[in-house]
Write a protein that binds this ligand. Structure first.
Ligand SMILES: Cc1cc2nc3c(=O)[nH]c(=O)nc-3n(C[C@H](O)[C@H](O)[C@H](O)COP(=O)(O)O)c2cc1C
Length: 401
């Protein structure tokens, strides 16, 4: 009997880009770019995903400028790395997989010691990430800093298109730079960039316009947002519906509806077992280890996982916008994928399922109901800081080829 193929394996366009199926590897910061230069291991990591059959992979956290890096081992979209980044992108494409680059900027928190001065965000104060490393404070951005940030996004977009990326994903979520402007918790500015949701959207929309101008109308631009920060006074679902409507109106091609923030509430994004044990396993800074021991249980509580845990909220956004929608969050099986597409989403991003099971799309072709072997233990999260770079500790044998 001929097997019925899973609808997630059908082709679909994203702007002018044709994707061979609906499965996209989500951005998961790989930490395989020592001193910011993409290494052979980064190509091998994404080659494994490409050979596994995903239509597109996302290079996690491509900083748009040095000031946008959380640490000095993050990729930076800069001329100095042109050939290495071009080789990385081409190497993946040769395996039949498209490549998206996640445009990131950390804004007010950073432990990047190569930074010129303090990190900058919508307001000044403590630098939550750099504190343990002696980078205690961040500064409020002046209007001239805002202009130069918009320019940095435009220049990075031009650079990324010129080295061959097939799509760009602007990070508007997870508490990073643009999210700090969107969130009333981190943005208390009194000028045109703070206050009402229109004002808080001003910088993110200017960034989108600069990226669009740099890449042209037919190039796919995706935005990743946090539907909720899960903190009193932070972004709520209702705000994120307004935010997505504005991005849609401004011409974004697709929106990914994530949740939570890396600093305040990461478990909202992951769900499952606490990430604390794995953070402790790899954290080298003694002060940071102490903070993790004292506050980690409260900061990273285990949260019940269920398949497609962000779907109900994401459906509200699906109804509110016309652009394409990319579901993310606990999509683990052929049945999940079918359901997500049935309720109106166009693509599915997979993070942990592909870390545990890089060839999930191929397995799905053989068995339309295949379920990923990821058990959301979240031990992969701490491996970002491991010498091997990101991996699933349960199934990775330590070799990348
Ligand atoms: C180890 C790890 C690293 C991650 N790094 C990033 C990142 O660099 N950028 C980002 O937007 N999300 C990052 N995420 C979040 C994922 O993209 C995704 O939103 C989350 O894992 C939920 O999707 P999943 O259930 O398919 O794993 C990371 C997740 C994991 C597990």
């Amino acid at each position: 009997m001929q097997s019925i193929s899973n609808p997630a394996l059908t082709a679909c366009n994203l702007n002018s880009l044709q994707l061979k199926n609906r499965l996209i590897k989500a951005g998961t910061f790989e930490n395989l770019s020592p001193n910011g230069r993409p290494g052979r291991d980064l190509l091998n990591f994404h080659s494994e995903i490409a050979r596994g059959g995903a239509a597109m992979t996302t290079i996690g956290y491509c900083a748009v400028e040095n000031a946008g890096r959380l640490n000095a081992d993050m990729l930076c979209m800069h001329e100095d790395y042109r050939e290495d980044i071009r080789d990385l992108v081409q190497g993946i494409q040769e395996l039949g997989c498209k490549v998206s680059g996640q445009m990131g900027h950390c804004g007010a928190f950073s432990k990047n010691h190569t930074l010129d001065g303090r990190p900058k965000g919508p307001r000044g104060g403590l630098n939550l990430l750099g504190f343990a490393e002696g980078m205690w404070f961040c500064d409020a951005m002046k209007l001239s800093d805002i202009e130069s940030l918009v320019n940095a996004y435009g220049e990075a977009a031009k650079f990324m298109k010129s080295v061959g990326f097939d799509a760009l994903e602007i990070h508007f979520g997870h508490g990073y730079g643009l999210c700090q402007f969107l969130s009333p918790l981190t943005n208390n500015r009194k000028d045109n960039y703070g206050g009402s949701v229109e004002n808080r959207l001003r910088l993110p929309l200017r960034v989108l316009a600069a990226v669009r101008e740099a890449v042209g109308d037919d190039f796919p631009i995706i935005g990743k947002i946090s539907m909720s920060e899960g903190r009193r006074g932070g972004i709520r679902l209702e705000d994120s519906i307004d935010i997505c409507r504005a991005l849609d109106k401004a011409g974004i091609d697709a929106i990914i509806t994530s949740s939570g923030t890396s600093t305040m509430n990461p478990m909202l994004m992951f769900r499952g077992d606490s990430i604390l044990p794995s953070l402790l396993r790899y954290e080298k800074n003694r002060f940071m280890r102490l903070i993790l021991r004292l506050m980690g249980r409260k900061m990273f509580p285990a949260m019940p996982f269920h398949d497609m845990y962000l779907l109900e909220h994401a459906k509200r956004i699906r109804k509110a916008v016309k652009c394409k929608m990319i579901y993310i969050g606990g999509a683990v099986s052929g049945e999940n994928f079918k359901h997500i597409l049935d309720v109106g989403f166009d693509f599915i991003q997979l993070g942990r399922s592909l870390l545990a099971d890089p060839d999930l799309p191929t397995k799905l072709a053989e068995k339309p109901g295949y379920t990923s072997r990821c058990n959301h233990c979240n031990q992969c999260v701490g491996t970002i800081a491991s010498p091997l770079g990101i991996h699933c500790p349960q199934f990775f044998d330590g070799a990348r080829s």
